[in-house]
Design a protein. Structure first.
Length: 197
């Protein structure tokens, strides 16, 4: 039996429970959802934890391999968070605000952290395997630059006008582009500082 501690109680997960269920119920495991056909049970808080933990891992070791689907949130989780729960703007602001917090407390020079992406910036030049829609790319770079130049966290109100006109796939794409923009900026800053090894 696996022991899992909830907020107040410790409970046992039977050994005969499917592995996915045991992982989902174990607060120490990163699994954020289980799906059974059309139904899904999800812990949105764990999705946020996975996003932050992945970003912190990448900050700690730029050479660590990460993937959106395997480390941040899988496609179904993003669809539920942004579609069913209508949390596209909160999820995107969480990503950029967490990224800025990591950069500002991570020992990077302030001028590099707050430097805007240039007009000619193209994430696909840095990650050729990443195929993106130009509109979503432009929205992502705009949001990233908004946060980089701001002295405060972005709120949903700051980005709603940019995000709301997009369909669900477009919102997910903006989120993914923003993650890779942040990751490549971390890598570039580490390279400039000579700490990318």
């Amino acid at each position: 039996m696996v022991q899992s501690s909830g907020d107040e109680n410790v409970f046992s997960i039977p050994d005969e429970a499917p592995e996915e269920v045991r992982e989902f119920m174990d607060r120490g495991h990163r699994r954020a959802s289980i799906a059974d056909g059309e139904r899904m049970m999800m812990d949105p808080g764990q999705v946020l934890n996975n996003i932050e933990n992945t970003m912190r891992r990448l900050h700690a070791d730029i050479n660590v391999e990460v993937s959106v689907d395997g480390d941040l949130a899988n496609e179904k989780e993003l669809m539920v968070m942004m579609g069913d729960l209508m949390m596209a703007s909160p999820l995107i602001t969480f990503l950029v605000n967490t990224g800025m917090e990591i950069m500002t407390t991570g020992g990077y020079p302030t001028d590099l952290v707050t430097k805007a992406l240039p007009d000619h910036y193209d994430i696909t030049a840095l990650i050729p395997s990443l195929k993106v829609n130009q509109r979503q790319h432009d929205i992502a770079t705009t949001i990233f630059n908004m946060r980089s130049s701001s002295t405060r966290d972005l709120t949903e109100d700051d980005i709603d006008d940019l995000i709301e006109p997009l369909d669900l796939a477009g919102k997910i794409e903006v989120f993914i582009i923003l993650f890779w923009i942040w990751g490549t900026k971390i890598g570039a800053m580490k390279n400039v500082m000579g700490t990318d090894r």
